[in-house]
Design a binder for this molecule. Structure first.
Ligand SMILES: Nc1ncnc2c1ncn2[C@@H]1O[C@H](COP(=O)(O)OP(=O)(O)OP(=O)(O)O)[C@@H](O)[C@H]1O
Length: 409
C-alpha cells in the first residue's frame, strides 16, 4: 500500500455501503490511520502507538518543557541529568555472623559486684597509703634527722644511712623480722652519742619510756657476773619491751652499747630474737648495736683513702663504691666472730678530723655554760693527738677526751 498517494475511498467504493452518517467517521479513522503510518515511517512515533499526539510524543520530548526555548538539542542534552535513585543493594551476610542489630544488653549482677569490688580495693589502697604516712609521721623521722645532723659532727654518710634504714622500716607496722643496725667505728667518733640521741628521740615520740631499752654491756653485765645470768636478764627485758610495744601497737627501740664486750652467750640470745620463727611481737623491733669491733679496719681505711676525695665524708658527695667495699670487709670480719652480724645493716663511723673536734669542744663548752669561743676551742683541740696524712689531721681518740678537757676549764 502506497501511503504517499491518496487512495480511492474504500468505504465509498463499496456497493451497498452504509449511509453518510457512518461513512464520515470511518473516513476520519482511515485518515488518522494513514497519518499515523506516515509518522511512523518518519520515525516520530513508536510502533503500536495510537493516534493521540500527546501520548504519541517520544518519551524524551515529554520531559522537555512544553514552551519554546532557544536551547538547541545540544544544550538540552548537556543539562545535568536527573539523579537516579540508587536501589539498595542486597547485603549477603556470612552464616555465622549476626543478621540483626544487637539488643541493648541488660547489665548483669556480676558486673555490679565487680565494680563494687574495684571500688573497695581502691579505697583500701588509699587507706593503706594514708596509714603508711601516719606510721612514718608517728616517729617524726624528719625531726630525728635534723637533730642528728645538728648534733653529730663528721658523720653525714652514717647519719644518711641510718635514716634511710629507719624510714624504710618504719614505713609500716607489720614486719617479718626486726631491724638490726650495727654501728661500728673507732673510739670517740660518736657511736654512743648517736645511740643516746636515738633513745631520747624514741622515748619522746613513743610517749612511753618502757618501749626503749638502753643496755650497756659494761654497766649491765660487768666482768664477774655470770654470762648465763646476763643472758636471762637480757631475754626477760627484751621480752617485756616487745610485749608492751605489741600491746601499744608501736615499734620499740633497743640500744645495746659496748657490744664488743658482750659474752658470746648474749650474742646468741640476740641472734635468737632475730629469728623469724619467734612469736610475731619479736619481729616488730629496732635493735641498735654499738661496737668498737672493726674500728682498726675503719681507721686504716680512712688513712689509706685520706688523699682521695674524702669518701664517706663530705655531705652526700661520698664514694658509694668505697663505702660498699668497707661494709663488705667489715661484715666478713665480724661474721668470723659471730653469725649475728650476717643479718645486720652495718654502718661504719669514720675518724673525725680536727675541724670536727673543734666543733665538739664548742658544743661541750656551750653545754657547760662557757662562751663557745672558736679560738679557745681550737687551742683545746690542738692539745689532742692526730694522725697526719696527706696534709690532713684525724683525731686518734675522736671527741672522747672533749668532756674531760672542758670539765677542767
Ligand atoms: N661525731 C660526734 N659529734 C659530736 N659529738 C661527738 C662525736 N663523737 C663524739 N662526740 C662527743 O664525744 C663524746 C664521746 O663520744 P662517744 O661516746 O659517742 O664515742 P664512741 O664512738 O661511742 O666511742 P667508744 O666506742 O669509745 O664508746 C660524746 O659524748 C660526745 O659528746
Amino acid at each position: 500500500m502506497d501511503h504517499g498517494q491518496p487512495s480511492p475511498d474504500p468505504v465509498a467504493a463499496a456497493p451497498g455501503a452504509p449511509g453518510p452518517s457512518v461513512i464520515a467517521p470511518l473516513r476520519a479513522v482511515v485518515r488518522l490511520r494513514r497519518r499515523v503510518c506516515l509518522l511512523r515511517k518518519r520515525r516520530l512515533l513508536p510502533p503500536g502507538v495510537g493516534p493521540d499526539f500527546r501520548a504519541l510524543a517520544p518519551r524524551a520530548d515529554r520531559d522537555q518543557p512544553q514552551v519554546f526555548t532557544f536551547d538547541g538539542p545540544a544544550e538540552l542534552s548537556s543539562r545535568t541529568p536527573r539523579k537516579r535513585r540508587r536501589r539498595s543493594r542486597v547485603v549477603l551476610y556470612p552464616e555465622t555472623s549476626r543478621k540483626y542489630r544487637p539488643r541493648v544488653e541488660q547489665r548483669s549482677r556480676a558486673q555490679h559486684c565487680l565494680l563494687l569490688l574495684v571500688a573497695i580495693v581502691g579505697f583500701q589502697v588509699l587507706n593503706a597509703i594514708e596509714n603508711l604516712d601516719d606510721n612514718a609521721q608517728r616517729y617524726d623521722l624528719d625531726g630525728l634527722e635534723k637533730a642528728l645532723q645538728r648534733a653529730v659532727f663528721g658523720q653525714p654518710a652514717a647519719i644518711g644511712h641510718i635514716m634511710a634504714l629507719l624510714r624504710d622500716y618504719l614505713a609500716t607496722h607489720v614486719h617479718s623480722r626486726p631491724l638490726l643496725l650495727a654501728l661500728h667505728g673507732p673510739s670517740g667518733v660518736g657511736k654512743s652519742h648517736v645511740g643516746r640521741l636515738l633513745a631520747r628521740h624514741f622515748r619522746a615520740v613513743l610517749e612511753d619510756g618502757a618501749l626503749v631499752l638502753h643496755y650497756d654491756a659494761r654497766h649491765h653485765c660487768p666482768e664477774p657476773r655470770a654470762a648465763q645470768d646476763c643472758r636471762e636478764e637480757l631475754a626477760r627485758r627484751v621480752a617485756n619491751v616487745v610485749a608492751q610495744a605489741e600491746e601499744d601497737e608501736k615499734t620499740p627501740l633497743l640500744v645495746l652499747d659496748e657490744v664488743e664486750l658482750l659474752p658470746p652467750a648474749l650474742l646468741d640470745e640476740l641472734q635468737g630474737f632475730l629469728q623469724p620463727q619467734r612469736s610475731h611481737h619479736f619481729r616488730n623491733a629496732i635493735y641498735v648495736l654499738l661496737s668498737g669491733a672493726g674500728g682498726e679496719e675503719i681507721t686504716r681505711f680512712v688513712l689509706q683513702n685520706a688523699s682521695r676525695a674524702l669518701p664517706l665524708r663530705l655531705d652526700g658527695a661520698h664514694d658509694a663504691r668505697a663505702e660498699e667495699e668497707l661494709r663488705a670487709g667489715l661484715r666478713a670480719l665480724l661474721v668470723r666472730e659471730h653469725p649475728l652480724w650476717q643479718a645486720a645493716a652495718i654502718v661504719p663511723f669514720l675518724l673525725l678530723d680536727k675541724r670536727d673536734v673543734v666543733n665538739c669542744f664548742r658544743e661541750e663548752m656551750a653545754g657547760e655554760g662557757f662562751f663557745p669561743d672558736q679560738a679557745r676551742a681550737e687551742l683545746l683541740a690542738a692539745q689532742l693527738n692526730y694522725y697526719h696524712v696527706a696534709g690532713r689531721e684525724f683525731a686518734v681518740t675522736g671527741c672522747k677526751q672533749v668532756v674531760a678537757r672542758v670539765n677542767l676549764l
